[in-house]
Design a protein around this ligand. Structure first.
Ligand SMILES: NC(=O)c1ccc[n+]([C@@H]2O[C@H](COP(=O)([O-])OP(=O)(O)OC[C@H]3O[C@@H](n4cnc5c(N)ncnc54)[C@H](OP(=O)(O)O)[C@@H]3O)[C@@H](O)[C@H]2O)c1
Length: 234
């Protein structure tokens, strides 16, 4: 029997900021990282939503991903609260459904702000403080690989952020910082039931969020730089 491989990055004591920790993926991810011994700071629009995640209020931050001026102060505050920072994870996002010519312009702009510009600005702020061995992870999604009818704005923003993260991975590799683009398939988090616009189509049952969270933790531990949709299914 072959021995199980040893992770290249230990999460024991790792200081990690999670943006979107109140979400359907963010919660199991926070729990899985805590179980590995990571020390977390959490951010979202309403920090009161983190009460049950076992993180002290001094490490819970109000943050709007659509506000590009908020990323740098958040990174600084999280690093100060944790005494340093080894990783930043963005699992915040928003979706809108319907034909492009029926999507209000302000919704299109919000999707681009939250799913494309926000994660890139956050990553830029993160890499300016991360040391060699640090990591940034963003969850783009399968639509970055398979642009989908009825999800034009979401597909465009996610494909853009996925390309940006893969380019950034190359840019900061010489500095020893890992940048991870994860593209999970449809997952049962309830995201589709909270669209900024429109109604979701009928979808086949999605993946279990706990299974997706565990796969993301594995990607961090084993320093995988790219986690395509195919990595989430057997
Ligand atoms: N579920 C899927 O099928 C699936 C598949 C592939 C990729 N993804 C991606 O995975 C990520 C997590 O999604 P999820 O499924 O966990 O959805 P979710 O349960 O709806 O969680 C979304 C999270 O995003 C946060 N958020 C939304 N707008 C924000 C803003 N302007 N500023 C800060 N935080 C904001 C929400 O926090 P508050 O509302 O508390 O602020 C919440 O924590 C998203 O990027 C999504 O696109 C999801």
């Amino acid at each position: 029997m072959s021995a199980s491989p040893t992770p290249t990055r230990s999460l024991e004591g790792a200081r990690i900021l999670i943006v979107g920790a109140s979400g359907g993926l963010g919660r199991p991810l926070a729990a899985a990282l805590t179980a590995r011994g990571a020390h977390l700071a959490l951010a979202g629009r309403d920090p009161n939503r983190f009460g049950d995640l076992g993180v002290d209020a001094s490490r819970a931050f109000a943050f709007d991903l659509a506000d590009p001026g908020a990323a740098q102060p958040l990174i600084a505050a999280a690093a100060e609260a944790l005494g340093g920072l080894e990783g930043v994870i963005c699992c915040a996002g928003a979706v809108a459904f319907g034909p492009l010519d029926e999507i209000p312009i302000d919704v299109l702009q919000e999707i681009v702000a939250v799913d494309l510009v926000g994660p890139l600005v956050l990553a830029g702020a993160a890499i300016s403080v991360l040391a060699r061995g640090g990591f940034v992870l963003n969850i783009s999604g399968i639509v970055a690989e398979i642009p989908t009818a009825g999800l034009v704005s979401y597909s465009a923003a996610k494909a853009g952020v996925s390309a940006g993260f893969r380019a950034l991975a190359r840019e900061v590799r010489p500095r020893g910082i890992s940048v991870i683009d994860a593209r999970p398939p449809h997952t049962e988090t309830g995201l589709a039931g909270r669209p900024l616009h429109g109604e979701p189509p009928k979808m086949r049952p999605g993946l279990d969020p706990g299974v997706v969270a565990k796969r993301l933790v594995r990607a961090i531990e084993f320093d995988e730089r790219d986690v395509p949709a195919s990595a989430f299914t057997p």
